[in-house]
Design a protein around this ligand. Structure first.
Ligand code: ZN
Length: 266
């Protein structure tokens, strides 16, 4: 099998990959509570699995290497349930910026941030807004579940999308880490229909709240009918969506410049 794991390669192999214009996937995730039945590494483990599968799928079209998962994300909203490690926004921004800078200095020109934790989404977009205008690399950010959309969620029976520690994540973890999933009480864990989303107010306004506002046991969704067959299909759907993004030349194409003559300043 092709080696796509940055950490398992040797320096000269990575120099060669940079010279061949390989893409780097930088997975970003979290270590945070995932209810009473899943380990706190769930987002990190799933992010790693999907990134590696995507890299192997894309490789015959274009070489891809996967950096180690940044497990330290933004999880303040989960702190009250225990088991959760979070960074401040300042530190998170510096970590992501520094890693993109280091990857760029190795000569890689195309970087895909593959995020697998909802709490990181807005911060990653802000980092890209800040970095992109002057970066030597093209940096694209994705979330496997959003990129896969219906291709992934159509496998779910009891919830509309991935959610937190519910049917989707439990099913995928049954594939990746069977021994770490506690299925003994799984049929009783469904989160009762909550009221408002914990990060909203009014019709369409934002309010920060802790995750305890949403759930009594730390999960949203319904893991009752989770199984590994379903999990395998969802992992493949996520990986396929990322592979398609990786091999699409439009993902990495230079921005257009539609200025008319004499309308630009440089
Ligand atoms: Zn999760």
């Amino acid at each position: 099998m092709i080696e796509v794991d940055w950490a398992r390669l040797k320096a000269h192999e990575l120099r060669k990959l940079a010279s061949e214009n390989a893409i780097v996937i930088l997975p970003i995730a979290s270590i945070e509570q995932h209810g009473p039945h899943l380990p706190v590494m769930t987002d990190t483990r799933l992010g790693q699995e999907i990134a590696h599968r995507a890299a192997r799928k894309a490789y015959s079209t274009r070489a891809v290497v996967v950096a180690p998962v940044v497990w330290s994300g933004l999880s303040e909203h989960h702190m009250a349930f225990g088991g959760t490690l979070t960074l401040s926004h300042d530190t998170f921004r510096r970590v992501v910026r520094d890693l993109i800078e280091a990857i760029t200095r190795q000569g890689f020109k195309d970087i895909l941030i593959s995020n697998s934790h909802g709490g990181n989404i807005i911060a990653i977009q802000q980092i890209l807004d800040e970095l992109a205008p002057t970066s030597k690399a093209t940096v694209v950010a994705t979330n496997y579940d959003i990129e896969a959309g219906e291709d992934l969620s159509r496998h779910l029976q009891d919830q509309p999308s991935v959610m937190h520690a519910g049917e989707a994540e439990t099913s995928m973890m049954l594939v990746c880490e069977r021994d770490l999933v506690d299925t003994s009480n799984i049929t009783k864990l469904a989160s009762p229909e909550g009221g408002k989303h914990f990060l909203s107010a009014g019709r369409n306004s934002y309010r920060w709240r802790p995750f305890t506002h949403m759930t009594e046991n730390g999960l949203t969704g319904n893991p009752t009918r989770s199984n590994a067959t379903k999990g395998e299909k969802m992992l493949e759907a996520g990986a396929k969506a990322l592979a398609n993004l990786l091999i699409d030349p439009e993902t990495w194409a230079a921005p257009k410049d539609l200025r008319l003559t004499k309308t630009g300043i440089f």
